[in-house]
Design a protein around this ligand. Sequence first.
Ligand code: PLP
Length: 406
Amino acid sequence: MTFDSNPYRKDFPILAREVHGKPLVYLDNANTSQKPQVVIDAVDRFYRETNANVARAVHSLGEAATSAYEGARDKLARFINAPTRDEVIFTSGTTQAINTVAYSYALPRLQPGDEILVTTMEHHANIVPWQLVAARTGAKVIAAPITPDGELIVEEFVARLTPRVKLAGVTHVSNVLGTVNPVRELAKACRTRGIPLLVDGSQAAPHLPIDVQALGCDFYALTGHKLFGPTGTGILWARKDLLAEMPPFFGGGEMIRTVSFDGTTFADAPHKFEAGTPNIAGFVGLGAAVDYVNGVGFEAIGARERDLLAYATAALESVPGLRLFGRAKEKAAVLSFLIDGVHAHDLATLLDHEGVAVRSGHHCAHPLMQFYGVPATARASLAFYNVREEVDALVAAIAKVRKLLG
Ligand code: PLP
């Protein structure tokens, strides 16, 4: 199998490798995506030619490193249509981004009896940080329900936006169900009530164009390694006025204006939130990833993924005894499923022997697993570099597993 029908595959060197003597069929993109050669080269070139610390050295390498790092911020700001680059804070990923909002924005404000509203389909990264600050303040985390098809019940979300709610959080795209949430509508409902909305864009950024101004949210978090960039990179975007009011979460070098033993004054955002030496090469790589994605274009990405989703849904539905989770009308190419009598982990292990990489487990979404009454699912998550033949390989491998276990 060469999967030549997709011109983008050749950009991703790892896709040419074999696993257990079979061509790799990588269907675990929601977990982390693969990296194009241009990203690998950007990181490699940075260490070969430019490596120095940022914002500290006035020598040539220091200036070049700072300009490459800050250049990546410009690219990310344009990628999400941020009104200004100063609203883009580099983080190690979505987890750090949401924790920054939890500790810098929510913690100083929360009072006993306050609420943070999320949804049943959130990743733990959009639940646990809120629980940690709620536990310290006497606030509580509440969740808006979803339908069995995996769609957020918008009226129920809106009904929970009472004056007790001090912040709401929603995933743009569910990592388990693929559901694309109506963020604009939710943001409007929050805005009219004066409640800030945080959007977890981890799973949206690789699939949809992001425009934080059009969405109308207040905070937007995304992670670089799902966006074809290096691990340990991500961003928090927040409105300038909110950032100005937020105290820093981490203290240290690079985030101050003046320091004395009588007190410290802080730099403005974004540097106020970027204490210490950052993952410089990683962000240079993330900038290259954004250039690459822009080059492919979301029109092409969307068209390929819609085709793959329709094809994969029909193919999996034809498998006897297979239960598919997540049938939202607006859906990204993520397919969670279980097969009668086969544990998700056994399935994923046996599929791996056929070269097919899928994730199994709770997907860091325990409340969602509890909603469906299952401990785990298997999940095939597709990217624009996947091809129909890989879906065929998945279905053929599942048939083999069923035969083996049946
Ligand atoms: N939110 C969602 C929806 C995710 O899918 C993930 C990763 O799986 C995260 C948050 C956490 O991202 P990271 O581990 O890169 O911080």
